[in-house]
Design a protein around this ligand. Structure first.
Ligand SMILES: Cc1cc2nc3c(=O)[nH]c(=O)nc-3n(C[C@H](O)[C@H](O)[C@H](O)COP(=O)(O)OP(=O)(O)OC[C@H]3O[C@@H](n4cnc5c(N)ncnc54)[C@H](O)[C@@H]3O)c2cc1C
Length: 416
């Protein structure tokens, strides 16, 4: 049953009685309300402190995490058997729209590393689960993923140069990665490296290895400044003859690509929903501004050009929401929804950018200051067109598939 039509909270497995982690039978609407209240009344007011990346910011984030746990809002989308709330996919999809209202929402409610947790839940051995997965879901440690390398195109991961060679009972890992987000604060990095010979084939040469960040030879070279900020903790890392035990291999040898794809797939739906949260917040700021700021002949809201910006933004939000939920429903029906995901990924990133850009425009100079959250939101929106596959990669995938067989277009198989 669709969460869109029936706002009942469902668990990822087990009965469909609609029991949420909050310990009552309240439905999805109530969980969404509680999350909205927490994000709007606790997380957003704390943003000014959180953005400073000081000790005060760390203390404040710990306070928010405790508060989210007290309110039964922690890790709601993770499966129950690893300490999460066990909500169903569609419910988590909708929840992400609310969490996404603040950049800090995910950290505050324990979903920052959800893609990594889901990957570990599927592939980790018993010891890895105990040592990394459970503390990760509990919010006690952070994770990071090292795929992208400065020397070769991240869009074509078959070019990765990192290597891991088995020497007795240990892997020796050598790698130079960048944009290893969060590496400077993570307990471990899942490093993707070549382990298999040429003959294994392009997509079966790579494996994923868990490397604790305090292993000798693991160096955080720098936190890369991106568009004037280092707060995203996008790190350049270098691993020189790093030795980790053989059992730090995640999953099977040569399975790296499969794992990376698993990690990204549904995660892109959640990204797109969080982008909606950002768009909606930008739109609200835009509405507030146009109703308070006067130009020559009256309020901005009475000006035709400004109304056009507002109407375009409303249309962008509405269409991105409909398309993203349609993609999510396709996944919920069992499809891998590759084309749907590519469509919402590249179009959504553009719309996100456009809506925030228009909100900045109606704020004038104020819009590019840190006195509103818009300049921060804009910076993050720009990244969205690059991470998890640049626009061109997703456009290419859609166009190639449809040129080959137009009948595979997503709109041809949406149930009436
Ligand atoms: C904010 C942010 C966070 C990130 N976090 C992580 C992380 O945690 N871990 C990690 O491993 N990586 C991370 N990345 C890296 C990201 O995955 C890569 O940037 C992405 O895969 C693109 O690789 P690249 O930067 O090497 O660009 P390249 O592959 O060099 O591509 C450059 C440009 O070439 C064009 N292009 C590429 N492919 C095609 C194509 N098929 N057709 C036409 N044009 C094309 C596009 O315009 C593209 O932007 C992050 C990136 C950002 C911006």
């Amino acid at each position: 049953m669709s969460a869109l039509r029936s706002p009942s909270v469902r668990r990822m497995s087990g009965s469909s009685k609609g029991v949420s982690k909050m310990g009552s039978s309240e439905g999805l609407a109530a969980v969404l309300d509680s999350m909205r209240q927490f994000i709007d009344e606790e997380v957003i007011p704390a943003e000014t402190v959180l953005r400073e990346a000081t000790l005060d910011a760390l203390v404040e984030m710990e306070r928010l995490k405790s508060e989210a746990k007290c309110r039964g809002l922690w890790a709601l989308g993770h499966p129950r058997h690893i300490g999460g709330g066990g909500l169903g996919f569609m419910d988590v999809t909708l929840l992400n729209e609310v969490i996404g209202r603040s950049f800090f929402g995910q950290s505050a409610v324990g979903t920052w590393s959800m893609q990594d947790s889901i990957m570990l839940d599927k592939y980790a051995n018993a010891e890895q689960r105990e040592r990394w997965l459970l503390p990760l879901v509990a919010g006690e440690i952070r994770s990071s993923v090292g795929m992208t390398e400065p020397e070769v195109a991240g869009s074509d991961p078959t070019m990765m140069q990192a290597t891991a060679v088995l020497d007795g009972d240990e892997w020796i890992v050598n790698a130079h990665k960048w944009f290893t987000t969060g590496a400077s604060i993570a307990a471990f990095t899942t490093v993707f490296a070549r382990t298999e010979p040429e003959e294994a084939g392009r997509y079966k040469r790579f494996s994923a290895i868990i490397v604790p960040t305090d292993t000798p030879g693991y160096e955080v070279v720098r936190t890369i400044p991106t568009m004037g900020s280092t707060l995203g903790a996008h790190c350049e890392i270098r691993l020189t003859d790093v030795r980790v035990p053989k059992d730090h291999l995640l999953g099977e040898r040569g399975q790296g690509f499969v794992m990376a794809q698993d990690r990204l797939g549904p995660g892109r739906i959640f990204h797109c929903m969080r982008w909606l949260g950002q768009m909606e917040r930008a739109f609200e700021l835009m509405c507030a501004r146009v109703n308070e700021r006067s130009v020559h002949s009256g309020l901005l809201s009475q000006n035709g050009q400004i109304r056009l910006l507002m109407a375009e933004s409303a249309a962008d939000i509405f269409s991105h929401r409909a398309a993203t939920l349609a993609a999510a429903e396709a996944i919920d029906r069992g499809s891998d929804a590759r084309l749907e995901i590519s469509l919402i990924k590249f179009r959504g990133a553009q719309l996100l950018h456009n809506v925030i850009d228009r909100a900045i425009q109606v704020h004038g100079a104020l819009g590019v200051t840190a006195d509103t959250p818009l300049e921060w939101m804009y910076r993050e929106a720009r990244y969205a067109r690059i991470y998890d596959g640049p626009d061109e990669v997703h456009r290419d995938r859609v166009a190639r598939a449809l040129a080959k067989d137009p009948s595979t277009a997503p709109w041809t198989h949406i149930p009436a």
